[in-house]
Design a protein around this ligand. Sequence first.
Ligand code: IMP
Ligand code: MG
Length: 183
Amino acid sequence: MNDDFYEEILLRSEAIQARVAEMGAQISADYAGKNPLAVGILRGAVVFMADLVRHISVPIELDFMAVSSYGKATKTSGVVRILKDLDEDIKGRDVLVVEDVLDTGLTLDYLMTYLSAREPASLEVCVMLNKQLAGRQIETRVRYCGFEIPDKFVVGYGLDFGQHYRNLPYVCTLKPEVYGGAK
Ligand code: IMP
Ligand code: MG
């Protein structure tokens, strides 16, 4: 891939890796003696989750959900649909939801309501990126956050634009001509 698609690299690979290691250590300490279930939100959280769990030293299980909130646009539709549900029963489990980015908060808010109804012993959220959003529609409680980033559309480290760029080891903004200039 040539590199004339990005506008600015916001988070370099080294910084991401260092922070993910810290988060893993924190989670390991907080869940000492427990057997948490990490629930990754497909597809964006896969890269982050894969790195994160390798820094977690307590026995942790993995499950995944797929939801759709965006379609192909860069703005949220406000509609959350479950495309793939959990495989595990979470009743009585210590559940840690792993998300790529908190933008409007609609997706996580919906998921928290949905998951709490299944009576987990505990339910916490771990996000890689938290956008500094003036107009955040919903305040979702986030226990672990990798980085605060400006309210810009970003790709890389799991995040996509039209399914592209998920494999970049860094997080960057795109040149306006690449994505058509929408926020
Ligand atoms: P929210 O419901 O608005 O918080 O949006 C959360 C979901 O939207 C994330 O899980 C991402 O899939 C997607 N999303 C939000 N912001 C970005 C971005 O800057 N780049 C790529 N995907 C994003
Ligand atoms: Mg996503």
